[in-house]
Design a protein around this ligand. Structure first.
Ligand code: DGT
Ligand code: CA
Ligand code: CA
Ligand code: ZN
Length: 580
């Protein structure tokens, strides 16, 4: 534990004591000690066996010394641990919000016993912060903005945000003289559902000599939106973009570009396992090359393909590089033939102006046809979703007629009539069975009562799956990435029931959903449950988001056979009506 980490714990303890309303003398003693340790030239870890020296430090008294000894012995400070038990660790996150100090947090706690970010955000949205003493509407608005900012900078970003910025950086770098290739690596290349920072690799003749390299770096530093430079070296620049994201750019000579791609694509776990395999075979592997241990001669470095080949492995697609069995499978030549975007024949979850979409049936169908789909489905909301102007039985029937009329006129694509029907709190569906029966596709989704307990939510989903009209469950866990956790339920039980009733699970491709996740998709496959990959488009421009879904499916090792909307029209229609 270094001084910075120790000071961090002491600061936290001071904040928690203040929230707890303890006397200011005690609060100050923790803050003073934290400041002293931050400024200390030696490490506390080195001095802990010499209490006398520690006591000489201004700001560390006998009590604080005992705390530090406890920290090194037990890994925690008693006051800190006790307070966290009382207020829950989520409180610590609140302290990171700009303008939200211990006093305000204490105020919120004593009024509402709320101690987490989601809870405070909800209170603010409901206008319950402004009514607290010394607070007002302005404070409330500021707080909401601060929470939004915190989330943006708090570390991870949605896949589309990351991709968009990466594309801009790549384009900018390609305009530099002597640059031949620019490629994103890291978690973005692996298609992880959220991305921490961007890792961009640059190569070309210009990367081999000092002066042209400097020209590239100067060009990079003129990237629009660059906010500040985090680190700069001869071959590397890290900067922060104004959207909060860190971007690491590395310049590499062409002859070792493949080794760098392999290394910086990761994941770390994959790299570690791969290096172990290399060592066993008498090679070293790093970001420069795969080389012989004895004479350090590179045997592969220009392309990733030759590196994997020299290690007697089939090429491993970046999406699989998580050390979850891919190296063993590549050695045994049993890697699956992963799903491709071009395997998808239709997108069957979309909304129109009839509920909360922005385009008409015709416009959505036209856009789907332009994408080359063989089929698509209109699946508007049902009445329980009142704010989305959801359909009643009557309106749903009229909507089917409209869809069928467009289907008759439109050549070159089959338009299925469907519905995204709410699964009500008790597990029943929001529309009559007689209406649902007339649909080609019934997507059943949870849009309300997210806080039911685990058993109730599980039963609710099981009941929806048992309804013979249900074709698939929409965005099955309800999570919103970086915003809202999944609701509580027994996924295993739900997947077992889905396999039995031959009800599919959706993979919702929207970048803030990606629901089911890669891990859950793999579990679904394990249970023999088929997947339908949709966009949930509310606008024609949303249909292109399907590729994010395909990426997650690939990360879950899914093949064409696991995904129903790779089937031709008739077979797909049958699978939606009668199971696969
Ligand atoms: P992120 O940025 O948190 O979304 O995840 P990554 O995977 O992009 O991680 P990052 O940016 O820290 O590093 C990029 C890649 O560099 C990582 O996937 C693998 C490689 N790498 C980083 N640190 C190490 C390390 O200590 N050992 C090995 N073998 N590889 C590393
Ligand atoms: Ca990264
Ligand atoms: Ca990085
Ligand atoms: Zn929905």
């Amino acid at each position: 534990m270094d001084n910075k980490a120790i000071a961090g714990i002491l600061y936290e303890t001071a904040d928690l004591l203040e929230i707890d309303g303890q006397d200011s003398f005690r609060v100050r003693s923790y803050r003073n000690a934290a400041e002293a340790i931050e400024a200390l030239p030696q490490q506390v870890a080195d001095l802990i066996q010499e209490p006398k020296k520690l006591l000489e430090v201004k700001g560390i008294g006998k009590g604080m010394l005992a705390n530090l000894q406890m920290l090194f012995k037990d890994g925690s400070i008693e006051a800190h641990a006790e307070l966290l038990k009382k207020y829950r660790p989520s409180m610590l996150e609140l302290l990171k919000i700009q303008g939200l100090g211990p006093k305000t947090i204490a105020l919120i706690w004593s009024a509402y016993q709320v101690s987490d970010l989601e809870g405070v955000e909800k209170l603010a949205r409901e206008g319950k912060i402004r009514t607290l003493p010394r607070m007002g509407e302005k404070h409330e608005q500021k707080l909401l903005k601060a929470i939004e900012d915190y989330r943006r900078i708090a570390g991870r970003f949605l896949l589309d945000t990351a991709e968009e910025l990466a594309e801009k950086v790549v384009e900018h770098l390609l305009a530099a003289p002597g640059v031949e290739k620019v490629t994103p690596a890291g978690s973005l290349r692996r298609g992880r559902e959220t991305v921490g920072d961007l890792d961009i690799l640059v190569t070309g003749k210009a990367c081999t000599e000092a002066v042209p390299r400097q020209t590239i770096i100067e060009h990079l530093l003129r990237f629009p939106g660059l906010m500040d430079i985090i680190a700069q070296g001869e071959n590397k620049v890290s900067f922060r973009h104004r959207n909060g994201m860190q971007v690491d750019v590395r310049l590499l000579p062409p002859e070792s570009f493949g080794a760098a791609m392999q290394y910086f694509t990761g994941s770390k776990a994959h790299n570690v396992a791969l290096r172990q395999r290399a060592l066993k075979m008498g090679f070293t592997l790093n970001e420069y090359s795969l080389a012989k241990v004895d004479d350090e001669k590179p045997v592969a470095r220009k392309t990733e393909e030759e590196i994997y080949a020299k290690l007697k492995l089939d090429f491993i697609p970046p999406e699989l590089r998580e050390n979850l069995g891919e190296i063993e499978a590549a050695a045994a030549h049993t890697l699956p033939v992963l799903l491709e975007l071009s395997d998808i024949r239709g997108d069957v979850h979309m909304h129109t102006v009839e509920t909360d979409g922005r385009n008409t049936i015709e416009e959505m169908a036209e856009a789907a046809r332009e994408r080359g789909y063989e089929y698509m489905a209109i699946t508007d909301h049902s009445k329980n979703l009142a704010f989305a102007n959801g359909l009643t039985d009557e309106r749903a029937l009229a909507h089917i007629e409209r869809i069928r009329a467009v289907e008759k006129k439109m050549k070159g694509i089959r338009i299925f009539a469907g519905i995204e029907v709410d699964i009500l709190g008790d597990g029943s569906l929001d529309l009559s069975d007689s209406v649902l029966e007339q649909m080609d596709i019934v997507i059943a989704s949870v849009h309300s009562h997210f806080n039911q307990d685990r058993a109730t939510m599980t039963d609710r989903l099981l009941k929806a799956i048992a309804n013979p009209n249900t074709s698939l469950i929409g965005h099955p866990t309800g999570r919103l990435l970086l915003r809202r956790d999944a609701y509580q339920f027994d996924l295993d039980a739900v997947l077992k029931a889905a396999a039995k009733h031959k009800v599919a699970m959706e993979l919702n491709s929207y970048p803030d959903r990606l629901d089911l996740s890669d891990v859950h998709l793999r579990l679904a496959k394990h249970h023999g449950v088929k997947i339908v990959i949709n966009t949930d488009s509310h606008h024609t421009s949303h249909m292109e988001k399907l590729r994010y879904g395909v990426t997650q499916a690939r990360r879950a090792w899914l093949t064409k056979e696991d995904v129903l909307n790779t089937l031709p029209t008739q077979k797909f229609a049958r699978a939606m009506k009668h199971g696969w």
